[in-house]
Design a protein. Structure first.
Length: 214
């Protein structure tokens, strides 16, 4: 007999998504680095959700460029060092109440290495096995379902223009693919860090050549 459901009212619905480190620039060319996990992909478009008061949101709106760095489980300590930090000079009182503080150089704070391809583009994070360069193509306020209520968050659509990966996770037989057995993404589930287990079952989707989606 199936297990019965019970009704609950959770404050958040983070059932499990990959952790991303967003690298952005402000109008003066200063870099910011922010961890987040409200991200998914459709084709070569990434969809990001974040609060509009963040420095990252301000940078995305003003410069329109981002590198979505994807850490593996090996970078979890660095990611955790960036938690409760903000690139905003003035910390919002609500964030300050729960422990957020301003950090101007997030790379140094987390012990991570910036890789600059151009002074006009955000740096990649050398330690992250995946770095996705992209441009903002759309920005929309997150709807609340209540017309008179603002959510304080926006949805950013990012066109991915270049994909960088470490050689260690590249598929040996297909140079333009990632080897899913080697790639160990860091996952956030209800404010806690997790990694993936081994493959639990063959997938019928895997019978479709990956190039079919191009």
């Amino acid at each position: 007999m199936p297990t019965p459901h019970v009704l609950i009212d959770p404050a958040i619905l983070y059932f499990g998504t990959p952790v991303a480190l967003l690298s952005t620039l402000d109008e003066e060319g200063r870099s910011n680095l922010a961890p987040m996990s409200s991200v998914f992909w459709l084709g070569h478009t990434a969809v990001l959700g974040m609060g509009t008061r963040s420095q990252t949101a301000a940078n995305l709106e003003s410069t329109g460029k981002v590198v979505i760095n994807l850490p593996s489980v090996d970078q979890v300590d660095a990611i955790d060092l960036l938690a409760l930090t903000t690139g905003r000079d003035s910390v919002h009182p609500r964030k300050e109440d729960v422990g957020y503080r301003h950090v101007s150089d997030k790379f140094a704070h987390a012990g991570l290495t910036p890789v600059w391809d151009s002074p006009a583009s955000p740096p990649r994070v050398a330690e992250c096995p995946v770095a996705l360069e992209g441009n903002v193509i759309a920005m929309n306020p997150l709807a609340t379902g209540q017309p008179a209520t603002e959510s304080g968050a926006s949805i950013f659509q990012i066109e991915i223009t270049r994909v960088h990966v470490h050689e260690s996770i590249r598929d040996a037989a297909h140079p333009n693919r990632v080897d899913a057995d080697r790639w160990k993404p860091l996952v956030m589930s209800f404010q806690k860090f997790y990694g993936l287990t081994r493959q639990v079952h063959p997938s019928r989707l895997a019978t479709i050549n990956e190039e079919w989606y191009r």
